[in-house]
Design a protein around this ligand. Sequence first.
Ligand code: BGC
Length: 736
Amino acid sequence: MKKQKIKFIFFLLITLSFLNISFAQDISIESKVDSLLAKMTLQEKIGQLVRRTDVDKISIELIKEGKIGVMGKYRPSIRDSLQKIAVEQSRLQIPLVFAADVIHGDRTTFPVPLAQSCSWDPVLVEKAAGIAAFEAASDGLNWTFSPMVDIARDPRWGRIVEGAGEDPFLGSVMAAAYVKGYQGRNLKDKETIAATAKHYVAYGAAQAGRDYNTVDISERTLREIYLPPFHAAVNAGVASIMSAFDDLNGVPASENYFTLTKILRDEWKYKGVVISDYNSIGELINQGVAKNREDAAREAISAGVDVDLVGDTVVDNVYSAYLGTLVKKKVVPVSLIDRSVRRVLRMKFRLGIFQHPYIDSIFFKKNMPSQKYKNKIALQLAREGIVLLKNKNKILPLKKNIHSIALIGPLADDQEDLLGPWSGGGKAENVVSVITGIKNKVSSGTKINYVKGCGILDSSEAGFNDALNAVKKSDVAILVVGESRDMSGEAASRTKLGLPGVQEELVKKIEGSGKPVIVILMNGRPLTIDWISKNIPAVLETWFLGDQAGNAIADVLFGDYNPSGKLTTTFPRSVGQIPIFYNHMNTGRPPSKTDKYTSKYIDSPVSPLYPFGYGLSYTTFKFSDIKVDKKKIKKNDSLRVSVDIKNTGTYDGTEIAQLYIRDLVADVTRPVKELKGFKRIYLNHGETKKITFTITPDMLEFYNIDMEKTIEPGKFNVMIGGSSEDVISTSFDVVN
Ligand code: BGC
């Protein structure tokens, strides 16, 4: 008892001393910002709100004059020479901050963010982001435009690949994981970089899934679906937020006072930097809310955008061109400029670049994690991101001493595409292709008959017969098909979501051989694979897994890793079902097979092909005995729900237990289920574990008819299972 007390006091003292240090740091940073700001001319202030990426005579002059505060990403020597000009030749010697996109790894390429989210493993995601930060910082980057925390419910939208899928709870957990990974314990540490939660906000709700398109959603949908991951990033201490391109309910996101100031600053008390998206301020003219570029600058700064991101010779920076005039004309008060400059300077102090403006190459040489460790994390994340969609008759895993394999398809011997979109400093030569991964895995006697069959976009079937012949002389066919890496990501929306080119015909041809067929998919979004799902016995969704792709896929194919990934985005049967997501409302006429006048289609089932949270394993899990510890609780009480999970199959493996809640009757309609928690549980075959979730009041809250957060008395269903559509349930009541 005594010992415990001492331990507690010790812990308290340590905590208090940390709090004191950070409080003292805050005060000292604020006073440094104040004294610097007092010395700055208007031009120098505006300079801090301007990013320019070109390295040319103009940039050099502007840096000398203190008219640029933010630059891009360069080779270390160039970066440091630009910095030298800023700290040695500009009047106030304010260092530059270097900012660019590091999306899923810098030199080491991790799986694309959508694949990372399918791991449901925030600890690993945080580690990967930490490695990306280390590598990027060693090249002199201080600030990344990542993570993208946009919720995406429409797979036509190419940028679905850059986020964590469709769910606000999982999206929030992943948002916080990335922020912690990039920013580490203290932004001052040399291996950390400032993160940016983007694109604020609701960019993923673009009408018809067309990139940059208009968004028109209710405030409820905004607050319940699209805002939570941003709020989670803010709570995790994210250094910056990027304002989006979209027109949000008639007020473009980059001039939206309601989201940028009322919600972000007033409600969430956010103190970091808001940076625009690329030319999103200039585009206010096209959106029809600004007369000209001067007007656009006025609107953005007044709404709360601190920095204009755009800056190369193609498009001029609106802030550098017009903020000065606006202040002189007294249209924009200088206090508004000061407010934004403060935020940028504060970030620069927090990053420690005033004390250490240059790259500390000795530090990085000494402390950089080994490539072995980086590859280990990349491999584990790639394995965990793979989702086994189908495995009829347990055709997987294969035996390593299998006699022969036909390896077919445009992505079987590819490295470049496996990097995925936006791979930064990643190199194709570092990617382990599927063919290499398989070759390294199988026995020396195994024959691999590789035939490409067709290209990703090919319209010719000329290679099909060769492929078929290879299959005929093999024991099994593995087909590696999908999208090229530039078919998802920015400005890559699609109206058709089937396999591009003649790839589906290739799959059909091979299926006709009668040999067992395994399809490995690579793509940046859910595809419509109804035929494949019905006719092919084994299907693996592997997204774009980065450097370790081939190793991870081979580990799964041959049973060295038992797949555990779960979908974070619903797979539709056809494009006509979109948007389709698990957490929808109930209708007055839920679909019924026997009643025509219910909410359904006459030409397709309503259900998705694969639901949110779905993913198979080589073993099977059974959930049973779900119990709440209280049948009735008061509004502010918590309760616990427990469940037994048994590994009922023959392999050891990980199940991702998902907790969903439904408020059965409320003031406004509520979703049929909402994810509120999850746990990764490793179970040996035959083993049973009891797991417990605590349901806290915030999990029961929603926005009522007056848009106030509330918990209403009444019945709640609580469901736990291994997929959003495979749960067992119980209920409890909230009473007054
Ligand atoms: C994208 C952003 C990105 C920015 C800077 C824009 O086109 O929408 O996500 O951070 O460019 O590269």
